[in-house]
Design a protein around this ligand. Structure first.
Ligand code: PFF
Length: 466
């Protein structure tokens, strides 16, 4: 017998939950670093195109598949009459699983920083880079130790996630977002004002606005594509699952536009805060790419603003909320699948899955600075390589699993279920979808070709980090 599925409690509830899923560490911790690596302005431009031409249509696609099928990502394809496409769902759930392993740990670092700013901000200001590495288990004298602090905070972060998920989608996820999201946005505006007026910030702003196409390769496109999908929470179990909780009265097209706009705005804002701050402070050589950007560079911003310590703690607290709501959506996607597909109980499944993901995530944190744990990677140009485990994990999700799942969704909706079905799902309840023709064209031809080309070319030319 089929149980009645949960639904969003209010209209704003869904938008906040979807935006809450989209806006997270990806916008603030990943995007600025990627924009820097990708040459600044060019990356921004390519990223925006990815969001408009691929990201938004795909989000719309996932939401309509979810709402039409009213079930999780793997069963959705079967329910719509095409069991052969369930592999797309499996890749999506797999991607969400791998992401949660490391996402929960970075969430733990954020929690560590909330306490750091609240209790020992002078230590952060004195040596922000040293503080970051200390958390990850590398001491100033070069010796290493097990990163207890990072791991412990990650465990707390994961427990909070599990508790909210166990309590269910309406009560848990919606409530978190109503206050946290607008507050985060306001604070970002304040930080923007401080960051761009720091001494030495100007070259950073110029860098983000300049167009140096000589730095752009296929890999830049793949990086922007992976980042856009990651940031919008598509190419995984999430938007199909969230769409399945949507009442038929909701306008999916408008919601998609809103969520994409909010998410992109936050990412661009974060870029214009963090990249200038990096230029104004230690510089890229010392901060290192990726993670360090959001943790290390901002210390100078907080140190040089009135009430900086308070704002520092507040910023990481809001980032923590953003990370939690995103992580919850990932776990929800996985749990919804496992409980519906295997008829497992919600509580036990959530606890077991969260425990396993946390443990795998420990390898991610340990491989950052404390231990030389390696992953494995292969591309046609470089052959087999052994990047740090943490890098291999992110490559696997951002550069393979997400794009392949997205490609599968495009092919399914474009050629099997047909764009007309998605359009009909959008146009329920008298909604007019004015861009239906453009959407159909994109989902049938443009998106699959673009994703496939980018995937193949970057594999052929070598998938380096930059
Ligand atoms: N979109 C989230 C972020 O930018 O941090 C991360 C994320 C959440 C990715 C949910 C994927 C997902 F399904």
């Amino acid at each position: 017998m089929e149980k009645k599925r949960a639904q969003w409690g209010s209209k704003i509830g869904f938008i906040l939950a979807a935006a809450g899923s989209a806006v997270g560490l990806g916008n603030i911790w990943k995007f600025p670093g990627r924009a820097y690596e990708g040459g600044g302005g060019c990356f921004m431009l390519i990223y925006l195109c990815m969001v408009v031409f691929l990201g938004a249509p795909l989000m719309l696609t996932e939401l309509s598949v979810g709402r039409a099928s009213q079930t999780n990502i793997v069963s959705a394809f079967k329910k719509l009459g095409h069991k052969g496409y369930s592999w797309v769902g499996w890749i999506g759930v797999g991607g969400a699983f791998v992401i949660t392993c490391y996402y929960s740990h970075v969430g733990g670092w954020v929690l560590r920083y909330v306490f750091g700013y609240a209790t020992e901000s002078p230590k952060i200001y004195a040596d922000s880079l040293g503080y970051f590495y200390e958390m990850l288990g590398r001491h100033a004298d070069g010796t290493t130790a097990f990163p207890w602090a990072a791991i412990l905070f990650a465990a707390v972060f994961m427990v909070v996630n599990a508790v909210v998920i166990i309590r269910g989608v309406e009560s848990g996820i919606e409530k978190f977002n109503k206050i946290g999201m607008p507050a985060l946005f306001l604070l970002l505006l304040v930080l923007l004002g401080r960051a761009v007026t720091l001494d030495g910030a100007r070259p950073g702003i110029r860098y983000l606005l300049s167009l140096d196409w000589s730095k752009v390769t296929f890999n830049t496109f793949l990086s922007a594509l992976g980042q856009a999908f990651y940031s919008l929470s598509i190419g995984m179990a999430i938007m199909i699952t969230y769409g399945s909780y949507l009442p038929k009265t909701e306008n999916i097209a408008r919601n998609t536009g809103l969520v994409c706009a909010m998410d992109t705005l936050v990412a661009v804002l974060a870029g214009f805060i963090i990249v200038p701050a990096v230029f104004a402070t230690l510089g890229e050589q010392q901060i290192g790419k990726g993670g360090g950007f959001a943790f290390v560079s901002l210390a100078k911003v907080f140190e040089q603003m009135p009430g900086g310590t308070f704002f520092g703690a507040l910023f990481y607290l809001l980032l923590l909320f953003a990370a939690l709501t995103s992580c919850m959506s990932l776990v929800e996607g996985i749990v919804a699948f496992l409980t519906e597909h295997f008829s497992w109980p919600r509580k036990g499944t959530t606890i077991a899955v969260c425990a396993v993901m946390f443990l795998i995530g420990c390898l991610y944190t340990c491989s950052q600075a404390a231990y030389p744990i390696k992953g494995i990677w292969f591309d046609a140009a470089t052959g087999v390589s052994t990047p740090a485990f943490c890098d291999a994990m992110e490559f696997l999700t951002d550069r393979i699993m997400i794009p392949v799942c997205a490609l599968g969704c495009c092919i399914f909706v474009g050629w099997v279920w047909k764009p007309e079905s998605a359009v009909a799902e959008v146009e329920q309840n008298g909604v007019r979808f004015t861009l239906a023709k453009v959407y159909s064209l994109i989902i049938k031809y443009v998106a699959p070709l673009a994703i496939l080309t980018i995937l193949v070319m970057s594999f052929a030319t070598g998938m380096t980090l930059s």
